[in-house]
Design a protein around this ligand. Structure first.
Ligand code: NIG
Ligand code: FE
Length: 412
């Protein structure tokens, strides 16, 4: 089946040199073709170019998109979209003066979500989560990473990962699964952190491996959660089962977690709201990509990841949602892109690069996703009639997406 998209006002993020990420100054450039066509063959991009050159092309279906832009779908490399219930009460508590940390110290926060998840059966957890996944696809997300981490027991972590596996088969987008057993210390391991890490390594990881439930391993490397030594043990153990590290680090405190992650070959380091010169130096020359989560900063009122310092140091940067019930109850990548421009002073070109090709790199999937390139998956956003790609982040809070194509087919 060949689908020809014609009269594209601007085809955005066109790359044909096999790039799998863009870094530093190169992020300022967003290659486009004005007045373009794009040919899809089954689920992949088969060709593209200027309109004048498409007259001899044969096709089964034609879609005329006069006045509209076409972009690759967003690549959201960090989410906790599988969860039970919500934490709206904590939202109100924070408005009334409590901090995220204070709420967590009272047994709220991640442990609150773990309690709700334990009481929710697998089918119900799937039903609650798949609804959110479909919503984010409609908002333009075409590849999504999902973490466990609200289980914190063997049974509940497996329940979460099995739900993620079911989601993989229930939607047409690519889903990557991350095991985050070390998200918080569960109540029954209070003051027994080492024992909990032993439990993860000796009991959880082998089963997760046997059922092939995860692609990556994550740790919340943070004061009052897991320290450098814990993180190193978990990353080494995870790698033993073929799970590449992608870690939560420097959300509230910077104490060497970035260098540790780089040393262990992490694919990404995520959050980085607190970042110092040593962290930036550790990232230079590595294959580890920093990931910023601006809607988390927005929601919690914490600093934004210093995107300019990272890019000025020649580093790449990816943008993701962090969709979760506590710090970011939103999976809207359009909002992430706008917020990155408005609050982190990223240009629209930088933000779109960070939310597409660099997001794909942060999931190890840039060979198939993240740009308009021949042979990549035909996962596309068709916009409404808008003047330019700048308008996308500029007119924030408005839906600029008319249609989303996943594997060459309209998603609805
Ligand atoms: O990425 N920081 C750790 N984990 C999540 C929040 C988890 C929660 O509050 O439920 C995050 O922000
Ligand atoms: Fe997170």
């Amino acid at each position: 089946m060949k689908v020809l998209i014609t009269n594209i006002k601007e085809l955005v993020q066109v790359r044909n040199k096999g790039e799998n990420l863009v870094a530093g100054n190169a992020m300022k450039a967003l290659p486009t073709i004005k007045n373009a066509y794009l040919l899809i063959d089954n689920d992949r991009i088969a060709n593209y170019g200027i309109m004048n050159e498409c007259s001899n092309i044969t096709y089964d279906q034609i879609i005329d998109v006069s006045g509209k832009l076409v972009l690759p779908t967003w690549c959201d490399s960090h989410s906790h979209i599988v969860y039970a219930g919500n934490r709206e009460q904590e939202f109100v508590d924070r408005i009334n003066g409590l901090s995220y940390e204070e709420i967590a110290n009272r047994g709220g926060g991640i442990l609150n979500s773990a309690k709700m998840l334990e009481l929710t059966d697998e089918d119900e957890l799937f039903n609650q989560s798949i609804k959110r996944v479909k919503e984010v696809i409609k908002m333009g997300t075409g590849i999504l990473e999902i973490k466990s981490g609200y289980g914190l027991s063997l049974e509940s972590e497996l329940k979460m990962l099995r739900v993620i596996k079911r989601i993989k088969t229930a939607v047409p987008i690519m889903i990557k699964a991350t095991f985050l057993g070390a998200h918080a210390l569960p109540f029954n391991f209070k003051n027994k952190r080492t024992a909990y890490i032993d439990h993860i390594i000796n009991d959880m990881l082998p089963l997760i491996h046997r059922e092939n439930l995860a692609d990556f391993i994550d740790v919340f490397c943070e004061k009052d959660y897991f320290n450098l030594e814990d993180t190193a043990r978990l990353l080494i153990a995870g790698k033993g089962y073929g799970l590449l590290p992608k870690i939560h680090v420097n959300q509230f405190n910077a104490f060497g977690g970035v260098a540790l992650a780089v040393k262990h070959g992490a694919l990404s380091v995520d959050h980085l709201e607190e970042l110092n010169a040593e962290d930036i130096n550790a990232l230079k020359g590595s294959k580890t990509i920093p990931v910023a989560l601006p809607s988390c900063s927005f929601f919690l009122g914490i600093p934004y990841t210093p995107a300019r310092s990272l890019m000025d140091a020649g580093l790449p940067l990816a943008l993701a949602t962090d969709y979760n019930p506590g710090s970011t109850p939103s999976g809207n990548m359009n909002f992430v892109v706008s917020t990155a421009c408005i609050k982190m002073k990223m240009t629209p070109e930088e933000a779109i690069n960070a939310a597409t090709i660099n997001g794909a790199y942060a999931m190890g999937c840039a060979q198939d996703y993240g740009s308009i390139s021949i042979g990549k998956k035909a996962n596309l956003i068709i916009t409404k009639n808008i003047p330019s790609y700048n308008y996308f982040p500029y007119a924030f809070g408005e839906n600029h997406i008319e249609q989303v194509l996943i594997n060459g087919r309209i998603f609805n």
